[in-house]
Design a protein around this ligand. Structure first.
Ligand code: FAD
Length: 286
């Protein structure tokens, strides 16, 4: 399939990119890795008149520590996150999640910002962003604003990014003290997308009991979500098998489950329960 005709601009700065978006509010779209947008254009599901390529803005690609935070530029690729020694040391859930995305070509081109902005219901990054209570920094014609991951994902492929805004940075509080993590995924055999993906980050007390729990689930519904009832059931417990089993039974409570040609809603619920339990078991023994 061939996309409809479009113009292309590759600005050198984010300010220039924002001004290009402002110049064509209905027809312009941000292009990052292109691994979701270009297929959508080829299928004519998206027909932007102008692509504003932000992948060439060097200042948008970085992973660094600042105070008690980890800052990640929006065009940082999945592979850069997967292979980051800094992240392997201070926030290993991020490389673990990145390693599960698609194949090597997808990981080399696709970006964390593009994945979060696209909010594919089977994308992996939304689960990790929710589990780690990430904050998303948007920049637009009216300046900058920060949104917690909890209120960023609104509905199917819909986020809180406003017209003319660019997701510029992802901020994550550096995990401290004793903690464990795991990313569990059942990939679709053709695309690699998550049929179910579960990200778990546990804060642990010296005796192994649970001080804090962050869980993000993807693939199961129209958007990724945090099963707060599961988190609440774990915090304060000693993470014994009975507590974990009772907690994970609540993972899909109140969630509208997706049924498609590959998996029924009931099967997805089953997978979510099994893989949330496995992820918690792994995270508590790290
Ligand atoms: C074969 C294949 C397999 C895949 N498997 C997986 C998988 O297993 N797991 C997974 O999570 N993903 C998977 N993907 C998707 C991949 O991770 C994409 O890279 C990702 O979803 C989108 O990132 P991108 O940088 O390519 O964004 P693009 O495709 O360039 O953009 C996607 C959307 O986000 C918008 N956008 C991009 N960046 C920004 C920004 N900074 N601010 C505002 N808006 C922005 C664009 O306008 C567009 O609407 C797969 C893709 C392919 C082709």
């Amino acid at each position: 399939m061939i996309p409809a005709q479009f113009d292309y601009q590759a600005p050198a700065t984010i300010e220039e990119a924002i001004s290009l978006l402002a110049g064509d509010p209905d027809g312009a779209k941000v292009l990052a890795g292109g691994h979701s947008l270009i297929p959508a254009m080829k299928l004519r599901l998206a027909q932007p008149q102008l692509l504003v390529d932000i992948a060439r803005i060097k200042s948008l690609s970085y992973i660094r520590e600042e105070g008690d935070q980890i800052l990640i530029g929006a065009t940082t690729t999945h592979y850069q996150l997967e292979s980051s020694d800094l992240l392997k040391n201070i926030c290993p859930l991020l490389p673990a999640c990145a390693a599960n995305i698609g194949d090597v070509q997808v990981r080399n081109k696709g970006t964390i910002g593009g994945s979060l902005a696209h909010s594919d219901p089977a994308g992996d990054w939304p689960a990790a962003a929710l589990a780690l209570r990430a904050e998303l920094v948007m920049q637009g014609p009216n300046g900058e604003r920060t949104v917690p991951a909890d209120s960023f994902f609104i509905e199917l492929m819909t986020t809180d990014i406003q017209p003319g805004e660019i997701l510029r940075e992802i901020r994550i509080k550096k995990p401290s003290g004793r903690f464990g993590h795991a990313y569990q995924k059942v990939p679709h055999p053709a695309s690699g997308y998550a049929v179910v993906g579960v990200a778990v980050h546990l804060g642990l007390n010296a005796d192994g009991s649970c001080a804090a729990a962050g869980i993000g689930v993807t693939g199961v519904s129209t958007k990724a979500f945090r099963p707060q009832a599961v988190e609440a059931a774990l915090v304060g417990s000693n993470l014994d098998d009975q507590t974990i089993a009772a907690a994970v039974a609540k993972v899909c409570d109140g969630v509208n489950l997706t049924t498609d040609v590959y998996a029924s809603g009931d099967y997805r619920r089953h997978l979510a329960e099994v893989h949330t339990r496995r992820a918690i078991q792994k995270a508590k023994s790290v």
